[in-house]
Ligand binder design. Sequence first.
Ligand code: SAM
Length: 333
Amino acid sequence: MNQRLSKSSALLLDGHGRRVEYLRLSVTDRCDLRCRYCLPRDYRGFQQPAHWLSFEEIERLVSAFARLGLKRVRLTGGEPLLRKDLAELAARLATLPGIEDLSLSTNGTRLQTQACRLRDAGVSRLNVSLDTLDRSRFAAITGRDALPEVLAGLEAACAAGFRLIKINMVALADTDDGEVDAMTAYCLEHGFVLRLIETMPIGEAGRRAGFVSLRPLQERLRARYGLVDGLVPGGGPARYLVSPDGSFQIGFITPISQHFCETCNRVRLTVDGQLCLCLGQNDAIDLRTPLRAGITDAALDQILIEALLNKPARHEFQKQPQQVLRFMSATGG
Ligand code: SAM
């Protein structure tokens, strides 16, 4: 690590003493699925391409964050694999000084053709969102009969050499235990880490989906599989239950029933350059305007340092569920 990086690595401390070292970078707000808790089927309010940050602008912003101590970047969206030449962007970010980990969240529909290129470009870890293994239910949840593509994409990811693939499954009001069992068996068979996620009231679709606490399901799974509390490396917000021999883990991401804001180490950047300091708050800081006005590196660093000081202590999903107007696909999940 060069001297400038080690000296500045404390600069991304927020006003509550949390070190922010993780950026969720949305490379598009568009998606080829319409998950009913994420994006309304008839949604038309996407950003125009002229407003998207270019690869050069993204690289400049990530470099600035990295100068200040950022270590990890996750490419997300929308569906990131819809962004043309994503592997080229990945290769640029993976080699930036200070960036130790480049990962990707995807719905998997286009992984089959892109997995190898992304792996070669330096993407080291993969999260695939998959809520069910039932083909007709998949179509009902996402608006598209695309389960075979996603499963083929996962196979391609394994063949490309991705290890520690995580499957993110949103627990919906009508998700039954049989579906969770089927997903558990599938993940066991393929060596994937399963994570169950509580629905958040983000955007109008997220609010309409309703909320189901994961706690009862957690206790049922603990009893059924004899799972115990465990730790899985990665530093994320999931709490894990593991089998006694350590061969299998299920993670629970419970932003509502058991929030983890006190350990939040991340910020989000939208495709049009808005810096979102908290997933559960509407405020954002516009970075695109200063960037396009020719801001110097020193002034950009200062904007980031000051922005971080205002990172909210926690989300307000319970007190103000109507607050987050942005869709999850726009913020970058
Ligand atoms: N398209 C990519 C994917 O599918 O992973 C990245 C973006 S997607 C918005 C990221 C994650 O957010 C997905 O796992 C999705 O299920 C989750 N998500 C979207 N809306 C949500 C909500 N209201 N509550 C909880 N999770 C949500």
